[in-house]
Ligand binder design. Structure first.
Ligand SMILES: N[C@@H](CCC(=O)N[C@@H](CS)C(=O)NCC(=O)O)C(=O)O
Length: 433
């Protein structure tokens, strides 16, 4: 008789058990008609798991909750299961990687994801810390996988199953190609695993997310007091738009409904522009010499003042920039959050000064004539800068644009809004004098 697993059909924590069951030849079936928030709140369910979370496995000897424990239980039902390795040290390493996958990978993915879908308050420094911790863990995993196909030994173990299910959450919801390309061995490992027949039977076709979900505005914190200063007179007026509360999304790992088609971005409805942003980004990245003659000239040849606008930004609170790495991290966080505008923007941020306080400035090219409203709504940092539209009929302003574009060296704080520049962030800290 099959064991019954209580969880929704798209719960990555339940997948651990279902995949382990495939490898082990154990029959496990998902309970019929499970409804998240209803089925797991009944008195019968709470008797099986008093915290009311899924998954829970019903066995002839009583229930088991906690997804790793359930996956271990199912694995142990098969005597000498190779999923558990073939020696005490392999067993130790399997347990090691299961804990690592849960505490270093899954936990940080959750800390990054939950605030973004409105299930926790979004605080930029917390998100930065979660991403930094996740990157540290992925870096370590990448190093291990540089010389190992599997986490332990020479075949799939339970550690690979737990790790892959946790990475699955990251790859499908948060970690874009530009994010994961920093960890090529993790990428290779993940795609190898999800294409194993016992994995793909449960996971189906796996696709990497193309974007990080924008922050649900409902959970954005109020600005810290010292940043809630009166607006500069030159600052573009922003309409304070009350957004309707977004429908609650499923919790981490619990994806019951197919994603709804995204509404079109209003910028996609603008009259077509002759300027192809990606062409400019390519020209910028590929020009290594004669930057003025090639890239800057190319920029003005391509620039479409009707379809795009240029903006200078100056950080309003430069006197707070007393520690260089904190300043760089602040700008790095801003650039990361601006990733949501990649399709509609090119930006370059500079941290200037040989000693504190450091000045933070930037140049941005945005689709349309205004700073796009969705960026103002979604990117908390926008408030922290004075924004001034560039008047391209003023030669002095045009020259300032040229100078800002021209500083094209791999300079920290530079945002083509593509992967490479983010990768440079934090390494070889260089500041312009
Ligand atoms: N550590 C638990 C996490 C379980 C968990 O967070 N389950 C979520 C769905 S993926 C849940 O049931 N949430 C409902 C709730 O929080 O009430 C495990 O691995 O099983």
């Amino acid at each position: 008789m099959a064991l019954v697993l209580h969880a929704g059909k798209t719960n990555k924590n339940a997948y651990k058990t279902l995949i382990a069951a495939e490898y082990s030849g154990i029959k496990v079936e998902l309970v019929q008609n499970f409804e998240m928030g209803v089925s797991n709140k009944t008195p019968e369910f709470l008797k099986m798991n008093p915290i009311g979370k899924v998954p829970v496995l019903e066995t002839p000897d009583g229930p088991v909750f906690e997804s790793n424990a359930i996956a271990r239980y199912v694995t142990r039902l098969k005597a000498d299961n190779p999923l558990y390795g073939s020696s005490p040290i392999e067993y130790g390493h399997i347990e090691q990687w299961i804990d690592f996958a849960s505490l270093e990978i899954d936990a940080n993915i959750g800390h990054w994801f939950r605030p973004r879908i409105g299930r926790a308050v979004y605080l930029p420094p917390f998100e930065e810390a979660a991403i930094a911790a996740l990157k540290r863990a992925l870096g370590a995993l990448n190093t291990h996988l540089a010389s190992n196909t599997f986490l332990v030994g020479h075949s799939v173990t339970l550690a690979d199953i737990v790790m892959t299910c946790n990475l699955y959450m990251g790859f499908s919801k948060l970690m874009t190609k530009s994010f994961t390309s920093e960890f090529p061995h993790v990428e290779r490992y993940f795609w190898t695993m999800v294409n194993q027949p016992n994995f793909s039977k449960i996971l189906g076709e796996v696709k990497q997310t193309a974007s990080v979900p924008p922050v649900s505005s409902a959970k954005k914190p109020a600005l810290p007091k010292e940043h809630a200063k009166p607006k500069h007179k030159d600052e573009p007026k922003k309409e304070v738009k009350k957004e309707p509360a977004k429908p609650k999304e499923a919790p981490v790992g619990e994806e019951e409904e197919a994603p709804k088609p995204k509404p079109k971005n209003p910028l996609d409805l603008l009259p077509p522009s002759k300027m192809i942003l990606d062409e400019w980004k390519r020209l910028y990245s590929n020009t290594k010499t004669n930057f003025r003659e090639v890239a800057i000239k190319g920029f003005w040849d391509m620039y479409d003042p009707e379809g795009y606008s240029l903006w200078f930004c100056d950080y309003k609170y430069n006197d707070e920039n007393t520690v260089s790495f904190v300043t760089l991290n602040k700008v790095g966080g801003f650039l990361q959050r601006m990733d949501l505008a990649r399709k509609y923007a090119f930006g370059k941020m500079l941290v200037i000064g040989s000693e504190a306080p450091f000045k933070v400035k930037g140049l941005w090219l945005f689709r349309g004539q205004e700073i796009p409203q969705f960026i103002i709504d979604e990117c908390y940092d926008m408030e922290l800068y004075e924004w001034k539209k560039v008047d391209i009929s003023d030669e002095a302003q045009k020259e300032r644009v040229n100078q800002m574009i021209e500083d094209q060296e791999p300079f920290e704080g530079e945002a083509l809004l593509d992967a490479k520049c983010f990768k440079k962030w934090g390494k070889n800290v260089r500041k312009r004098k």
